[in-house]
Design a protein around this ligand. Structure first.
Ligand SMILES: [Zn+2]
Length: 681
């Protein structure tokens, strides 16, 4: 389907286009796709000089000498097919100046992508449905456009044969990736149903074999039915020049519209490729997979989970996946129950489908960046928003701070964040690592992945997660705002994009600096830009939620540490194998791991939570937890006690000053360790 990005409104009347020359038989090249052909380009008299390579005779000799033991059918019938194919090529050459034969669908696509179209009026693509051998499958897998990483299922391997090939060709024509291609199906099968299926899909014609000379002679006529008239090559430059000058004179937008629509359609194809390549496939969302909510026991479970999900010590690994889906539902129901929501319409059905789609798009084999992490980050955001009174009734934890100041700041955040912003922040939290591949930005850049190229090595994964979210919303029609042109959708998008991009840890200290400046503005009487302050508030909350493991009780925090170390170990092994620089070597001993945690928590998490705790006093609770955890890690490091013993007993040892023990090595850490750590999340 073509997108019409610029088709709102009516373009001004256009001047008539110059008369155009229709293609003729000699302007058409033939591309045959069938395993019985000897691959190559056959010419009779290409541009005046005969260069048969190979000749039809060679084709025949080659097949006479072939071993047909693996061929379908008997040797005799296969040989007959090959002779028939050679004859067919000869017949085609009687009417067309060039015939190219390929034995696989992917070879055909490579040919169409590389073809210098200026040499031909069009390409008549003949897709033979009859012979698909293991040989042609083998060639497809090893073809340049089908590398191993993209061949991951039988379905993928078969995708470019017969009718599947026809579909791919038609889709690429539709998206403007290839042009001037006339797909025609040929087969011995005379089933009317098959014929009408092919024509319904968009094939220009269906030919029953053997194809007569008369039909071959008229094949080129399909080009006049199925393509726009082409400019004559002789007058091409002059014609385009005329069109261009006419456009400028008359203000004709038709040409630019056409070009932009083609370009944007290609972007859409690119989007689809990205999401298919990196994210797990979006399963057909079966709404019946959502846990039941209509029984008394399920309602009791929901109220139990609402309580659990509101507890700072919540750990997703203690619950079933069904319970986690219910927890997400609880959080979203609460955020959608806030009074004052504008233009948001989310039915129960849409919400359930959205949650299922998000779960499907997280790569659960990842030890850390998986669906559990998403549920955990959402929980931290939900907890914060509840604490600040932005969701439900706040029981608050502001007793940790000066009550009067806390109330002032609470009013501040309530003043800046609308109920719509709260919803945007919840969506951002749940989707902030969507489609995470299990390796970090550093790996993506070193491996020169297409995503790193696409995003110019800048916040590669964070950009990708954001894109994935909006693609997912588009694909599954999660139109929370009805129309995407509304101001509410634009605000939602702006907040989501900025919040997720803020989780790029390479900009961590820039954000801490920005939050410090914001704090200064909020304390003073200087005039504020509400839109900008809102973005900082949301970025601050999501950044804290993303690394909230560090601020959980030790028995929960250390569990997450294990998951993260496991993912980092996998990446380090991969980096070693690929010869890339090793980004971070996970510490093997408890002592080394403890020091790593002290460095990470003390130098990255603590400064963030301290400044955000000043802006949002309810979060100062986390500062105390972080200090407790640093004390416990120090105890493990200094006394050689095992992490397990602290995990099992939930011991915490409070340290007077969390950063004291690392002061002597602080400079070294800033110079070496922290740049590596900031790439990790
Ligand atoms: Zn994350």
């Amino acid at each position: 389907m073509r997108l019409s990005f610029l088709r709102r409104g009516r373009a001004p009347p256009s001047p008539p286009l110059p008369s155009l020359k229709a293609p003729e038989a000699n302007d058409c090249a033939i591309l045959l796709v069938d395993s019985v052909y000897l691959a190559g380009t056959y010419h009779i008299t290409p541009y005046g000089s005969p260069q048969p390579s190979p000749t039809v005779e060679e084709h025949q000799i080659n097949y006479d000498s072939c071993d047909y033991s693996n061929s379908p059918g008997s040797r005799k019938s296969w040989k007959r097919e090959c002779h028939g194919a050679a004859e067919f090529i000869q017949q085609l050459l009687d009417s067309y100046k060039q015939v190219t034969a390929v034995t696989s669908g992917n070879a055909a696509m490579s040919y169409l992508h590389d073809l210098p179209y200026s040499q031909y009026g069009c390409v008549i693509l003949l897709i033979d449905l009859d012979h698909h051998t293991s040989n042609s499958l083998y060639e497809d897998i090893h073809s340049p456009i089908y590398n191993k990483s993209t061949v991951d299922s039988e379905k993928d391997i078969n995708i470019l044969y017969g009718i599947e090939l026809l579909k791919v060709v038609l889709k690429e024509i539709d998206l403007g990736i290839i042009s001037n291609v006339i797909p025609i199906v040929i087969s011995r099968n005379d089933s009317p149903q098959l014929m009408s299926t092919c024509l319904d899909l968009g094939a220009a014609d269906y030919l029953i074999k053997p194809v007569s000379t008369q039909i071959i002679k008229t094949l080129w006529l399909n080009s006049t039915k199925h393509k726009r008239p082409m400019y004559s090559p002789d007058s091409c430059d002059e014609t385009l020049d005329n069109v261009s000058r006419l456009s400028i004179r008359a203000g004709d937008l038709r040409d630019i519209e056409e070009r932009l629509n083609t370009a944007f359609s290609r972007d859409e194809w690119l989007e689809e490729m990205i999401i298919h390549h990196y994210a797990p496939p979006f399963h057909h969302i079966n709404i019946t997979k959502f846990p039941r909510l209509d029984t008394i026991s399920s309602q009791e479970r929901m109220s139990y989970l609402r309580q659990q999900y509101s507890d700072w010590d919540f750990c997703p690994y203690d619950y079933s996946e069904d319970d986690l889906l219910r927890c997400i539902l609880v959080a979203f129901e609460d955020s959608l129950a806030v009074k004052g929501l504008k233009s948001i319409s989310v039915s129960n059905d849409m919400l359930h489908r959205f949650i299922l789609a998000v779960r499907a798009a997280y790569c659960n084999p990842n030890p850390y960046h998986n669906f559990y992490h998403a549920v955990d980050v959402l929980q931290a955001t939900y907890f914060t928003l509840k604490s600040t009174g932005l969701i439900g009734n706040s029981d608050g934890s502001s007793s940790y701070f000066d009550q009067k100041r806390a109330n002032v700041m609470k009013r501040r955040i309530q003043e800046f964040l609308s109920p719509n912003d709260v919803f945007a922040l919840m969506v951002s939290s749940l989707a902030h690592d969507l489609g995470h591949p299990g390796v970090n930005n550093s790996y993506m850049i070193n491996a020169q992945t297409p995503l790193a190229l696409l995003y110019n090595d800048q916040a590669v994964l964070e950009n990708y997660h954001t894109t994935s979210l909006f693609l997912l919303m588009k694909r599954h029609e999660f139109n929370f705002f009805g129309d995407q042109s509304t101001p509410e959708f634009k605000e939602f998008r702006q907040l989501v994009v900025n919040s997720i991009l803020a989780t790029d840890m390479s900009a961590h200290f820039d954000y801490i600096r920005a939050f410090t400046e914001q704090n200064g503005r909020l304390e003073s009487t200087s005039s504020l830009d509400p839109d900008q302050e809102k973005i900082y508030f949301c970025s601050a909350i999501l950044k804290c939620s993303d690394i909230s493991n560090a601020a959980r009780s030790f028995h929960v925090a250390s569990r997450w540490t294990e998951c993260l170390m496991s993912e980092l170990r996998d990446q380090a092994s991969l980096e070693k194998k690929m010869g890339y620089p090793i980004n971070m070597n996970p510490e093997q001993t408890d002592t080394a791991r403890a020091q790593g945690q002290i460095d990470f928590i003390g130098k990255l998490a603590l400064p963030l939570f301290q400044i955000v705790g000043d802006m949002i006093p309810e979060m100062s609770y986390c500062v105390d937890k972080i200090r407790d955890n640093i004390g416990t890690w120090e105890h493990i490091r200094d006394h050689g006690s095992s992490i397990d013993s602290h995990m099992n007993h939930g011991n915490t040892i409070v340290s007077g000053d969390a950063t004291d023990s690392t002061t002597s090595t602080a400079d070294a850490i800033y110079e070496t360790l922290i740049p590596m750590m900031t790439e990790t999340f």
